[in-house]
Design a protein. Structure first.
Length: 468
């Protein structure tokens, strides 16, 4: 790697940039071999342009991040921060001539405090690694994106990610108490607190959560923890239509129940999971609803929800008998997006969130879009909070099918806004949804967001071309 970095061709501008970076970074932290840097060009989103980075930097300390930002500001070089690149909106895609600042080497858990119920971590810590570490102290870190075995806490903060348990425990933003952030000019700013309460000044911590690296570089996070709940039990309910399953969701929430998970998979998704993993899910169903409780008496909770599902038209309700059966059902849900990708080879994964009361309208509308464009569109959803993931399956080598895929994607987002929803519940805006953000928040909203961006990043160097 070191030899390829030294021997890679460099023009005068790139050479000067690399030399300046190396003045404050170890040699192994600076990559310029084009075969290597190309692998850092994009995240997992489809239809998102990516440029060619001039250099990739992998810092290990806050001081090294500050050095990178000072050089970038002095030379007017854009910087694109990255985590594990598991994002689905193009937010981590490189721009031409940029510094890709990969934070995956900053992966230390600095503190777990059972009394204050906080963890202090660097941005490169893997979500699942943190979760397992705090479990050893009888605590839990609830946010659990489907990619939790790969995604980083820094990436979760950048995109304000969610997960399967949001219906009860909420999203990432609700667990970020404080941040250390390197600003565009290299200064270090601390926001937020370690205390359970705190309302001093503007809430800058929340401003950075979901900012997709456009306002500063998160180098440390103080996260709230909760007591580890009892193990959960899961129920699976089959329905003759997606509408019936959504009616059950409405009844569950209307009845005051607080499931730890309430997930929906349509028939296309169920079939794809079976074909990928041979899990024996019921392919005769039109929609499969998974409900879970992590209370001290989950069986009683599941029985009550099962009765509501039957009242909504469920053809079969099967509660898991133990933790092993529950985990098998959850594994099927976690495989949904991977399984749908195998259907045609390429997917566009939408992320439209609507009010729970409009969830049935959303799923029926997606079926109409699939018929209109003659495409396979599978839906898995965090049904308990109305967050749907319509996944368009298509052959990327077929230009006509690719065109229809893009048009169907846009039509689904328009449907979400029409139903009173939002264009993204957890994946972020990135490159993929820039024009749709403008439609959702309106011209005054765009103006104010650009003003905030200019206050933190007056030269426009941080993750340019994202959001708006």
């Amino acid at each position: 790697m070191i030899m390829s970095r030294i021997e890679a061709p460099r023009d005068e501008v790139t050479g000067n940039l690399v030399d300046r970076l190396l003045a404050g970074l170890p040699t192994e932290a600076v990559l310029i071999d084009p075969d290597v840097t190309a692998s850092y060009a994009n995240d997992m989103a489809s239809f998102c342009e990516a440029g060619t980075p001039a250099v990739v930097v992998l810092p290990r300390t806050v001081e090294q991040v500050q050095h990178v930002m000072r050089i970038a500001t002095e030379l007017r070089v854009p910087v694109v921060p990255q985590g594990a690149r598991t994002g689905l909106s193009g937010a981590a895609n490189a721009s031409d001539g940029c510094i890709v600042l990969s934070l995956v080497k900053m992966d230390r858990i600095l503190e777990i405090n059972p009394v204050d119920r906080i963890a202090v971590v660097e941005p490169g810590v893997i979500n699942a690694t943190l979760s397992r570490a705090v479990n050893e102290h009888g605590l839990c870190y609830p946010p659990d994106p489907s990619s939790w075995e790969m995604c980083t806490i820094g990436g979760n903060i950048g995109t304000a990610s969610g997960g399967l348990c949001c219906v009860k425990y909420g999203v990432t933003a609700e667990y970020v108490l404080g941040l250390d952030v390197v600003l565009a000019d290299g200064r270090l700013m601390t926001t937020g607190r370690r205390t359970a309460k705190g309302v001093a000044g503007y809430d800058l911590t929340r401003l950075f959560v979901g900012s997709e690296g456009s306002l500063g570089i998160v180098v440390r996070a103080t996260l709230a923890l909760k007591p580890q709940p009892p193990g959960q039990l899961v129920l699976a309910a089959e329905f003759p239509s997606a509408r019936a399953a959504c009616d059950a969701v409405v009844k569950v929430m209307e009845g005051g129940h607080v499931p730890s998970l309430l997930e929906l998979m349509d028939r296309t998704t169920v079939k794809a999971v079976n074909e990928l993993a041979h899990m024996g899910l019921p392919e005769t169903t039109e929609a499969l609803l998974l409900a879970a409780f992590d209370t001290h008496d989950p069986a009683a909770n599941l029985a009550a929800v099962g009765a509501l599902c039957e009242a909504a038209g469920a053809t079969q309700v099967v509660p898991a008998e133990d933790a092993a059966e529950s985990e098998l059902l959850l594994q099927a849900r976690r495989l949904a997006l991977v399984a749908l990708e195998a259907v045609k080879g390429t997917t566009m994964i939408d992320d439209v969130c609507v009010p729970r009361s409009r969830l049935g309208d959303m799923l029926e509308g997606i079926e109409r879009v699939a018929d209109k464009y003659a495409l396979t569109i599978g839906v898995c959803a965090h049904a308990g909070d109305g967050n749907t993931h319509p996944t368009v399956c298509f052959d990327a080598s077929d230009p006509e099918e690719s065109r229809r895929a893009r048009e169907s994607f846009d039509e689904i987002m328009a449907l979400g806004l029409e139903l009173g929803g939002t264009i993204t519940g957890e994946h972020g805006v990135g490159v993929l949804k820039k024009e749709w953000l403008a439609r959702e928040i309106g011209p005054v909203g765009v103006e104010m967001q650009r003003a905030i961006k200019a206050a933190f990043d007056p030269l426009g160097l941080l993750n340019p071309g994202k959001l708006f």
